[in-house]
Design a protein around this ligand. Sequence first.
Ligand code: BG6
Length: 495
Amino acid sequence: MSQEKSTAYQKEPLSIVVIGASGDLAQRKIYPALFALYCQKLLPDVVHIVGFARSEMSNTDFRTKVSRNLTCRYSQEESNEAAIKSFLERCTYVAGQYNEAESFRQLHKELQHLDPDGAENRIFYMSIPPFLFMEVAHALKAADLVNRAENRGGWTRAVIEKPFGEDRQSSDELTSSMGQVFTEKQTYRIDHYLGKEVIQNLMVLRFANMVFDPIWDRASIHDVRITWMEDLSLEGRAGYFDEYGIIRDVMQNHLLQMVALMAMEPPVSLFSGHVRDEKVKALRAIAPVGLNDIVVGQYSAGAMKGKQHFGYLDEPGVPKDSITPTYAAAVLQVNNRRWDGVPFLIRAGKGLSSSMTEIRLRFREVPGNLFKDATGHLSKNELVIRVQPDAGIAFHIVNRVPGLGMQLAESNLNLRYESAFQTKIPDAYESLLLDVVQGDKSLFIRADELEAAWDIFTPILHTLAKDRIKPEPYTFGSNGPASADALAARFNVKW
Ligand code: BG6
């Protein structure tokens, strides 16, 4: 997010170690993102990608795995094949145990062999389940891979990805144990939504345009709605999902980050500390969600696009009596001077009618509206920020229909990314990985931000579990449970 990102590229030799090298995340997201950065010449000239995992594998097999998802939309000078070949030459593999210092000593030897003269700048991307974070962290420390680089003028960065605990307490425990190995400065906590193009644009939209600032508050805005929906089911992740549920999976992180960016005050500067200070303040102003402020749902069997889908309880791997929500809608109150009384309605669900993420701001009625009779049935002004798919920003205005007589209609001022910018939107991981290489932390979650986000949802998560509150069923392929509409209606809002 910082402005210097496009000029001051990291040039020193670098090793990027992907721990959990054969996992799904590594193959679908990390290698393709690194490759895209490589094609755009955004990685240092001397760069090594080292896969680390438990299974024995030759370098050739590892390279075959890496190559599976590589496309080279950025490579202009070289052919696709040449770029892939030269990228793969930089990829090597080391097999080892996650909890053994000796394995990481072997890794260290390999890293030194690859780059004997470098300052040992290293990124350790932990693409592993969270219960392994600490084992790996301790083994890295015991093998002297954490502070060694710093002592030689280089740096070490550890990248971890959610879930960061299951509630405030377990998250604090993880933060504190990781803190015994890596400093906060060395720790990069990913929320991949922050790397998405439209989400990176939220601060620009708000703070680089004069038109929005005077109307971005309770005097002009009636409500803010954030919708995250997926038409997918569990995609083979039943074990993980049933333990976490939609509130922990998506709401406590991706949706709250969007809320924070919409609600925050302008930061003093784009320095990552200043940006995150303001996000923390916004999150701290949100009251914890109570039972009255939330609706939880669980999908039942349904047909979509000609295909019959299981109900959640019949999904392989899900216990028959599971009360894990696959849907939640909540109202958040941001208790500060700017937002007092403006409901922030957020909803997220799997097994819904489509996949999309968007933010909507509805403005208040025009006071003393001269055209009241003519506009009677029209809705108010609305700003729609479409995160995905079909990224764009639209502003709904009331307009005169050309012709005789006075007829008004709602029209759209529409910015569609695809036609407005002749460029491909980079994947979120490209942006985030580039920031890790650059050492820019604006788009990563700071420990206090994580605490504030958990404080909003921890009490309700405990209540739902303790009282075994059954989620309301909704049909797969629908728009979610009816009570979510009733929740919005309480605030005179339609999703
Ligand atoms: C992840 C969640 O964080 O985000 C998944 O764990 C979800 O359940 C995914 O499907 C959605 O990401 P995206 O980038 O496809 O919108």
